[in-house]
Design a protein around this ligand. Sequence first.
Ligand code: ZN
Length: 272
Amino acid sequence: MGKTIITVAPTGAWPTKKDNPNIPLTPKEIAEDVYQCYEAGASIAHLHMRDDKGQGTMDKERFKETVDLIKDKCDIIINLTTSGDLNATDETRQSHLKLIRPDMASYDCGSMNWQHNSLFINSPSFLEELGKTMNEYGIKPEIEIFDPGMIYNAKYYVKKGILKEPLHYQFVLGAAGGIAATVENLVFMKGLLPSNSTWSAFGIGKTHIPIMLATIALGGHIRVGMEDNILFNKKELARSNKQFVMRAANIIKEVGNEVATPDETREILGLE
Ligand code: ZN
C-alpha cells in the first residue's frame, strides 16, 4: 500500500448541460472546478475543451486560456487530451501541445469503432508523429488503453524508440467499442503491463465504483469525473467533480493508502 494518484477528468468531449447541469464547459468554469478538485485531493487534471455551442474542440487558444487560469490558482499537473474532436486533423490534435507544453497528454494507442456510430482513428503515422512531438516537448504520454491490443501497440512503439519506458497507462473500461468493465478484464490487462509501468483505471458510467475499488486493491491509480460518469449514484446526478474526488480520497484513506500530492505524483510518474 502506498500513495494513490487521483486524476480528475471534469469535462470530456460528450456530456452536455442537459445530461448534467453541473458539468463545467467554459475555460472559467473548468478552471474553477479543477481548483476545487485540487483542494479535495486531485493531483492531475485531464482536460478537454468545448466551443461556444458546447461541442468538443481542439482549439489551442481555448486550451491555453484554461490552463493559464488553472496555473494562476494551483500547481495541479496538467494532462491535455489529444482526442477532443473526432473530426480534428492530425495537426490540430498536437498544436496545443506545442503551444502549452503540458506535463502530460493522452496517447490513444490504437483505433476503434466509437460507440457503434463513428470512428476513433489513431493511425500508425499519427501515433509516430505524436510520440515524436511529446519527446521533443518533454510531455509524458498517458497511454490510453481501450482494449488489450492497444497494450501491444504501445510495446511496439517502445521497441521502435517512439515511446520511452517507464510508461504510464490509463485503462478505459466499458467504452462501447472497447473492452467491457469487469474486474476480470482489469486483472488481465494489468498482467500484460511491463513491470516498470505505472497505471490507472476507470470504468464508464455505472461501472465506475467497482472498477475504482478493484483498481485501488490492485495498487493502481484512479480517475474520476464527469467525462466518465455524470451520476454520483444510481439516482443522483453529481453535484460537482469535487464530489467524486472527495469520495475517492475517502476510500483511498479508508483502505490505508494516502492520496498523492502533485509533488508526489511528479515523482511517481517521473515528470520533469
Ligand atoms: Zn479524455
